[in-house]
Design a protein around this ligand. Structure first.
Ligand SMILES: [Zn+2]
Length: 280
């Protein structure tokens, strides 16, 4: 039996690019929270001005995300392509394309960058409209206070406090609720998107470089994963496109849960000759 590769290239302990984006969003989250809390003592006109400030903070986050994506997605793609070449050379496979990216690769990078940016952009836009709704809600409470002055005595401030507390401390900076109901703040969410996009782009580049050199089969790396969904695929051979009969496809594997958010698995190209020696 051929030993499958143990590759610890992906599960590096630190990823500076990810940390950089996370840190940027952490600062953004703190500024946003302060800006939301400040709404409490404001009248409707001041809240309008504050909304413009909050919008500016969100614009900055969008701009910073765009710059991060433009810089780091091409780097991840290059790393994946180089990794694929190194693995193929290590196995003495015939590699005809080692360097350089033609327009197909450039289009791939562009599409991956756009997808990464869109996932953050949608989240930030949702945050913007939610803040707008909160301000409308606060202004509504003020109007009610004026209309029912005798009845609402003292309660208005409490209601405003409560709305802001919920927005700022709980809902306000929650970026995303996943299918399991878990809530991610913008900081954790940006970290997850950054890490997952980097891995996804890396894996896409490995696949593209392998196919370009005529290899449709890949072997999933072993990281001694504690995820059942991932562990069952470790060391297994997959067909990238479905063109090689008798092997599950990359898509089949993905559907069962491997290559999930924050997943550290990748795969290495291999020849038909090697593939037949590996248990299915
Ligand atoms: Zn995994």
């Amino acid at each position: 039996m051929v030993k499958s590769p143990k590759i610890f290239l992906k599960p590096e302990t630190r990823d500076l690019a990810v940390e950089q984006l996370t840190e940027f969003f952490k600062e953004g989250r703190l500024v946003l929270q302060d800006a939301l809390v400040a709404l409490e003592g404001m009248n409707p006109v001041e809240r309008g001005v504050q909304m413009q400030r909050i919008s500016g903070i969100i614009n900055d986050l969008e701009f910073g995300t765009k710059r991060w994506v433009e810089k780091n997605i091409p780097i991840s793609y290059k790393e994946g392509a180089d990794f694929a070449v190194n693995q193929m050379l290590r196995k003495n496979l015939k590699v005809s394309v080692q360097k350089g990216f033609d327009s197909i690769h450039r289009d791939a990078v562009q599409a991956l960058a756009t997808a990464t940016y869109d996932s953050m952009f949608g989240t930030l836009e949702a945050l913007r409209s939610r803040t707008q709704r909160t301000i409308a809600q606060l202004n509504g409470i003020d109007v009610q206070d004026k209309l029912f002055k005798d009845i609402t005595k003292g309660e208005t401030r409490q209601r405003i406090k409560k709305v802001i507390k919920e927005e700022a401390k709980e809902k306000g900076v929650v970026a995303f609720t996943d299918r399991g109901g878990k809530r991610w703040d913008v900081e954790r969410y940006s970290e997850m998107v950054a890490r997952t996009s980097r891995a996804d782009v890396f894996n896409n580049a490995v696949a593209n470089r392998a196919l370009e050199n005529g290899f449709d089969l890949v072997q999933v790396t072993r990281n001694s994963s504690s995820h059942v969904e991932c562990a069952m695929w470790e060391g297994k051979v997959l067909s990238l496109t479905g063109a090689t009969p008798g092997y599950p496809t990359l898509e089949d594997a993905k559907l069962t849960g491997i290559f999930h958010p924050n997943c550290k698995h990748t795969y290495t190209p291999l020849s038909m000759e090697e593939a037949v020696t590996i248990p299915r």
